[in-house]
Design a protein around this ligand. Sequence first.
Ligand code: LLP
Length: 446
Amino acid sequence: MTPDDSASASAPLPGHPFIAYSGASLTVDGVACEALAADFSTPLYVYSQASMLDALAGWQRALAGRDHLLCYAMKANSNLAVLQTLRAAGCGFDIVSGGELARALAVGADPARIVFSGVGKTRDELGEALRAGVGCFNVESESELEQLSAVAGALGRTAAISVRVNPDVDAGTHPYISTGLKGNKFGVAHGRALDVYRRAASLPGLRVAGIDCHIGSQITEIAPYLDALDRLLDLVEQIESAGIAVPHLDLGGGLGIRYADESPPPAEALVGALLERIDQRGHGHRRLMFEPGRSLVGNAGVLLTRVTVLKGPAHEAAGDTAGPTDGRKDFCIVDAAMNDLMRPALYDAWMDIVPVTRQPGRKPVPHDVVGPVCESGDWLGRDRPLAVAEGELLAVLSAGAYGMSMASNYNTRPRPAEVMVVQGRAQLVRERETVASLFERERLLG
Ligand code: LLP
């Protein structure tokens, strides 16, 4: 997409069904981003509730008529209003910490619809989750199995478990977010899984409920899922031949979204292909579970940021620009930074950046869009054609997933406020942090 494309229609941006220009003005679900920035200041995360529900509906349609459970992986965006929205629409939750458990319970989630994932659950977390009545522990190691059995025994409870199997398939995504390969820390090796199930069946305080895998994130192809499914079903057949029932199959999350020009399969196509294979192999009676994160919330959110400083050859006094630029770049310095949105700095991730008000009369010039943090890695986009002036607004698209949930206070920067647009009305769903709150837990030496 060309950021300053001056087409005036209010067609949604590709891949972002609830984000559109109305004339020159960017809107989220019909609400002008310019007005949101004026009301709530910047940097500001803005989410469309309708977009999240629309994305969820795709998964739900695909699974209609099947025994299933969709557990939203809240690590993607754990704002309570997001959780409240998805819970009310029928989601359970995939959690990875005691903190996420507390969030799920705070929005009234049914604990039986929670799965607890993660490679390093502490005994305290296992205990909390058992007391809460969490529906399934996705166990990632033999040691965790023993520890869970011991904790359950001490509490007089039974833990429903699934073993996360590492199917050793390549999800074809960024190495940091690929999780299903032998070299990754996640899950139990495929070759060990049968023994682990035997052990689980023999330990007190445990009940085998299913099997799971999660092969990575931002996956844009169906094939790796089918490979992982086949590997999982091979195991299920062996485990059941050994006399241990495996009622559910949990295929994790990982479905990608459009950031640039990717065309990930719609949830319906992915689930359709998986169901076909499951039925072909005679496993259609099993309960099916998924743990989508990004695909539910990613393209529902934008990060609004204001341009603070423009610098570089294109912004120098006329007399100077006549000379050589010595390979210097033009920089667009904005008030959002790597602490607010870490994905570009951490994964070299490409996220679209568009003007909040299009300026068709101006000529776009390539800029690096960077924040004020004192690191060269503090960038949001490189070589982006922009025709923006100081004081104007930009929107980073696809920021609904792994944006605010990964934000930090580096450089003593308060994290942004969050707003959700609900049926055409903006609601503040998280206040901007104050600077004072950032060091209120610190103590001067006595
Ligand atoms: N289930 C498990 C066990 C997971 O580890 C994850 C994500 C999910 C489900 C949800 O995956 P999703 O549907 O969102 O792809 N911060 C990275 C992504 C890290 C994903 C970690 N695990 C990013 O910004 O791309």
